[in-house]
Write a protein that binds this ligand. Structure first.
Ligand code: NAD
Ligand code: MG
Length: 389
């Protein structure tokens, strides 16, 4: 039977990789809805190719432009705009699978709408889990949604965990999760040069091609910090159950260790189509368009401990998760504002960690009981971060 898919954030790096995989399997998947923030040209091309029932774009002006350009094309796509439309296409009855690939806090409400509707949710938008992990996982349990991680590390951990207990279960012999990270483009740069790096340098990731926000997060290693929090929620693990391991080649995507001394790892070329195809087909497997690893040509796989002096954002993320309450949401919001300011060349690279740290120091301890409380904490932190910039 053909499954209907909604791709939230279709025009981004993950969105485009998802459509590449889907296009290889027209016998299995059809596109129900595609969404984008403002990239009318890319969304138009995607609509012409995939003929979705709906396309959603943020502003009304872009909606009108896209609708006008689609008119007469022979493609019968309804163009909608705004936040309610995102939630609508994420939760529609016809939809079986939702790819949550909007970047940042903007992904929270549509991703939650998909979870609450009990969909199979492919989670790329780690920020929604960082912001509202408790509420998010509670909604997964209540709705019976199937949550599958797309983040390559979390997808690897999911693949290595015991098949019938995909969480940190000591009774099943799981003893440690090893979360790998490349260390980004500045892993070996002399520390005194960090303050002078440009957005272009920060976005030049040595192994992965990604959107600009996550690329900067990889350079500060805030990405690994967010992933630590993401892993704690996804796999019901404590921060001390997870060890971050620097692995510059990005071939081992993460590992799980067991009480008998075994370590299981998932390896592959650094191409997000692998975790995307894994999650789409799970529990089966299917072609992702990714070449298998050639071990005759793998010169070296190396591993080391992270340098916390170079990457203070790692320490901040661990602190925020341990502090709990709205601290992770506050840190995430401050980081989004700081990264944006760095990309606009309004602050230095090293200011990102400074702003994050100052905003986090003022975070409230109380657990946000509702999504509105999470969003309130997010908005407050953004205001504070902007004032510091
Ligand atoms: P991207 O910047 O390339 O794409 C982001 C998408 O979200 C675009 O389609 C954009 O139009 C949409 N979007 C942005 N702001 C929006 C808003 N305010 N409202 C509605 N839509 C909006 O980002 P990406 O690299 O594809 O990353 C997407 C998510 O996946 C992020 O949460 C990221 O952390 C996660 N992720 C990405 C990768 C990767 O390899 N790119 C790997 C792991 C996890
Ligand atoms: Mg990752």
């Amino acid at each position: 039977m053909i499954q209907q898919i909604t791709v939230l954030g279709a025009t981004g790096s993950i969105g485009q990789s998802t459509l590449d995989v889907i296009a290889r399997h027209p016998d299995r998947y059809a596109v129900y809805a595609l969404t984008a923030h403002s990239d009318v040209d890319t969304l138009l091309q995607q609509c012409l190719q995939f003929r979705p029932r709906y396309a959603v774009i943020s502003s009304e002006a872009d909606r009108d432009t896209l609708a006008a350009r689609l008119a007469g094309s022979g493609v019968d796509t309804d163009v909608l705009s705004g936040a309610a439309a995102l939630a609508q296409v994420a939760a529609a009855d016809e939809v079986a699978v939702v790819m949550a690939a909007i970047v940042g806090a903007a992904g929270l409400l549509p991703t939650m709408a998909a979870v609450q509707a009990g969909k199979k949710v492919l989670l790329a938008n780690k920020e929604s889990l960082v912001m509202a992990g408790g509420l998010f996982m509670q909604a997964v349990r209540e709705s019976g949604a199937i949550l599958l991680p797309i983040d390559s590390e979390h997808n690897a951990i999911f693949q290595c965990l015991p098949q019938h207990k995909r969480y940190f279960d000591r009774a099943a012999g799981v003893s440690r999760i090893l979360l790998t990270g490349s260390g980004g483009p500045f892993r070996a740069l002399p520390l005194e040069q960090l303050a002078h790096v440009t957005p272009e340098q920060a976005c030049q990731h040595p192994n992965w091609s990604m959107g600009r926000k996550i690329s900067v997060d990889s350079a500060t290693m805030m990405n690994k910090g967010l992933e630590l929090i993401e892993a704690c929620w996804l796999f019901d693990a404590g921060v001390d159950d997870i060890e971050i391991v620097i692995h510059p080649q990005s071939i081992v995507h993460s590992m799980v260790q067991f009480s008998d001394g075994s370590t299981l790892a998932q390896l592959g070329n650094p191409d997000m189509r692998t975790p995307i195809a894994h999650a789409l087909a799970w529990p089966e497997r299917m072609d992702a368009g990714v070449a298998a690893l050639d071990f005759h040509r793998l010169a070296e796989l190396s591993f080391s401990a992270p340098d916390e002096q170079r990457f203070p954002c790692l320490v901040l993320a661990r602190q925020a998760f341990v502090q709990g309450g709205s601290a992770p949401a506050v840190l995430n919001a401050a980081n989004e504002v700081a990264v944006d300011a760095f990309l606009q060349q309004r602050i230095a690279f090293t200011d990102i960690a400074r702003i994050n740290s100052e905003v986090l120091a003022r975070a409230a301890f109380s657990e946000p009981a509702t999504l509105s409380a999470v969003i309130e904490a997010d908005l407050g932190a953004r205001e504070l971060a902007r004032a510091l910039i």
